[in-house]
Design a protein around this ligand. Structure first.
Ligand SMILES: Nc1ncnc2c1ncn2[C@@H]1O[C@H](COP(=O)(O)OP(=O)(O)OP(=O)(O)O)[C@@H](O)[C@H]1O
Length: 581
């Protein structure tokens, strides 16, 4: 249990001060709570001694008012501090995880699916927000209050005080039993919650496939069973905890009864006065109150702990940036030196070496799945090589900080992701402080300006998430405008195969040509026209560069490249024939 408290305390980080304040206020609250006993004692003492003066009544009344007023004020402020701590400690963790995810290797996203990550940053951390500070303040505050209360009883009458302490020890014993049991079920509840988020996201993201293949029932039943499982796991925790909570109540009530019996006995044998005995009767009802609420909160301690473990696990993944330097490379030559790379056990690149001179264009061709995209991803360090090295201007990409590396590179892929933000902000993504004029200039070069101006609010139009409100070609040209504005010296380009109708193709080509001007280009090429113009062509197959040279050199050789030419020529003639009909 102490370990769990320490975890919450460490998690609170800079919010520890607010939790401390909340606990102190909770303690002060308990002093004001105890004041009502003083009022009761004054009344009892007066009644048993026959003092019915107005002064005594007012005195008792004043103490009672002070007790009530103090409790209201202190409880409000204690709660405010607690809520503040909960909200900010979780907000800080969310920001920290967000920053981490920018710098983790892409392999992390393979192993940890979107559902898990969404669950951690939403429901899991919301659990921490709602439970951690409450549990800390209620349980710690509750125990400290009870000890203070018990000490007061001990000073008042040592015999009853000892019974109170024994009752507290019995309660702690039942609590430790309860806590051991919740240790196993809290992570299970956690997993069920993650699966639920995962299934809902999957159903929403794959809705077009689900509709196409009439899979509504299947997808629905996966979501339903995840909901059911999550409900069951929550109920299981409740069911598991209930007997312990009943047991705790029995133990505490039993000790309250013992206090009353012993008090009565002490009064009867004349070792306790009437007022003191009546006071002890009242105390018997109240002395364990704080412990009871602490006991109920203990059940959520494990939930908070397992949620914190999960969030910390995500926050502690090793990032790629560690040890990187802010490097400004002297040139933008790119080199692969004997590079090997595998996804898990599966080798994709094996001893790949080549050089790209700055401000030249290199086209990569090869069969589907040969590793073209992977090779490009290694330059931007989405992944780290398993052997050899990738350099820019002679500097290993692993020596750069992520930011200083990405300053040099723009990537334009076929799958363009646009954020649910204005068109302008989507274009400014790579250069946030660009002016409107610069945005418009880039959009014009990328042949986007006309369609942007036709949108309801032009550059201020807010796009739908992922860019769903735009056509594939429009999305692609916006991503080119983004890259033009970023103006980085190296461009990695996956030439479009899809979304290209003849009208769009001309615009797209114009956009790409604007982007490529005076840059070092690595291009996954699909069109014969672009491959022909490249300064160097790399043919990738079976994890190796099997051919390297200019179009003229490779076209003269028998091999994959000459077959690629034949295939492209056929495809392009089919394309043209298709247009004529
Ligand atoms: N994130 C990943 N995790 C595991 N395997 C992957 C991952 N990405 C790609 N692969 C596998 O690595 C191989 C190379 O993929 P890559 O996308 O680099 O090929 P490509 O030549 O670009 O293919 P295409 O021309 O079809 O786009 C493929 O067999 C693919 O299944």
């Amino acid at each position: 249990m102490i370990g769990a408290f320490k975890k919450i305390w460490d998690f609170a980080g800079s919010e520890q001060k607010n939790i401390k304040r909340s606990i102190v206020l909770a303690l002060l609250h308990s002093i004001f709570y105890a004041l009502q006993f003083a009022a009761v004692y004054v009344v009892l003492k007066a009644l048993t001694s026959g003092d019915t003066s107005k002064r005594t009544a007012l005195y008792a009344f004043g103490i009672m008012i002070l007790s009530i007023g103090g409790r209201i004020v202190l409880n409000t402020f204690s709660q405010l501090q607690r809520v503040h701590a909960g909200y900010f400690m979780v907000a800080n963790k969310r920001i920290s995880i967000g920053n981490k995810l920018r710098s983790v290797p892409m392999g992390y996203f393979n192993k940890n699916n979107l559902g898990q990550m969404t669950a951690i940053t939403t429901t899991t951390l919301t659990d921490v927000e709602n439970t951690a500070p409450v549990v800390l303040v209620t349980v710690l505050g509750g125990f400290i209050n009870s000890v203070v209360f018990a000490l007061s009883v001990l000073l008042f009458d040592w015999r009853i005080g000892i019974i109170v302490f024994i009752g507290m020890a019995a309660f702690i014993w039942t609590t430790s039993l309860q806590e051991k049991h919740s240790r196993k079920s809290a992570p299970e509840r956690q997993r069920a919650q993650e699966t639920l988020v995962e299934k809902v996201l999957e159903a929403v993201q794959g809705i077009s496939v689900i509709k196409c293949f009439h899979l509504g029932e299947k997808a629905g039943s996966a979501v339903n069973s995840a909901i059911e499982d999550s409900c069951n796991k929550n109920l299981a925790i409740e069911k598991q905890m209930t007997p312990y909570q009943i047991f705790q109540q029995i133990v505490l009530n039993l000790f309250a009864v013992i206090i009353m019996i012993v008090t009565a006995a002490l009064y009867v044998n004349g070792t306790m006065g009437l007022a003191d005995a009546m006071m002890m009767f009242v105390a018997a009802f109240m002395v364990f109150e704080q412990m009871k609420s602490a006991g109920i909160s203990i059940a959520t301690l494990r939930i908070a702990e397992s949620s914190i473990d999960k969030a910390n696990e995500t926050d502690n993944v090793p990032v790629m940036d560690e040890g990187g330097r802010d490097i400004v490379p002297k040139t933008h030559d790119i080199a692969f030196e004997n590079v090997s790379f595998s996804y898990g056990e599966r080798k994709i690149l094996d001893g790949v070496s080549f050089n790209v001179k700055q401000k030249t264009t290199t086209a990569i061709v090869g069969p589907s799945g040969s590793g073209k995209t992977t090779m490009c991803s290694l330059i931007a360090r989405f992944w780290d090589v398993n052997g050899g090295k990738v350099t820019i201007g002679g500097e290993d990409v692993r020596d750069f900080t992520l930011d200083s590396l990405m300053k040099n590179i723009s990537m334009v892929f076929q799958n363009v992701y646009l954020f649910s933000d204005t068109v302008e902000n989507n274009i400014k993504f790579g250069r946030p402080n660009a002016t409107r004029e610069q945005v418009v200039e880039a959009a014009k070069k990328a042949c986007c300006h006309d369609f942007i101006m036709q949108l309801p609010n032009g550059y201020e139009t807010v796009l739908e998430e992922g860019g769903a409100s735009l056509s594939g070609g429009e999305r692609q040209r916006l991503s080119i405008a983004r890259a033009i504005l970023k103006n980085s010296p190296i461009i990695i380009l996956d030439e479009a195969t899809a979304n290209v109708d003849p009208e769009n193709e001309d615009r797209l080509q114009a956009a790409i040509e604007a982007l490529m001007k005076d840059k070092t280009i690595i291009m996954i090429a699909h069109r014969l026209k672009t491959v022909r113009k490249a300064d160097q062509i790399l043919v990738l197959d079976g994890g190796h560069i099997v051919q390297k040279g200019t179009h003229a050199e490779l076209a003269a050789q028998d091999g994959i490249y000459s077959r690629f030419i034949t295939q492209r020529q056929q495809a392009e003639s089919w394309h043209i024939a298709g247009q004529k009909t």
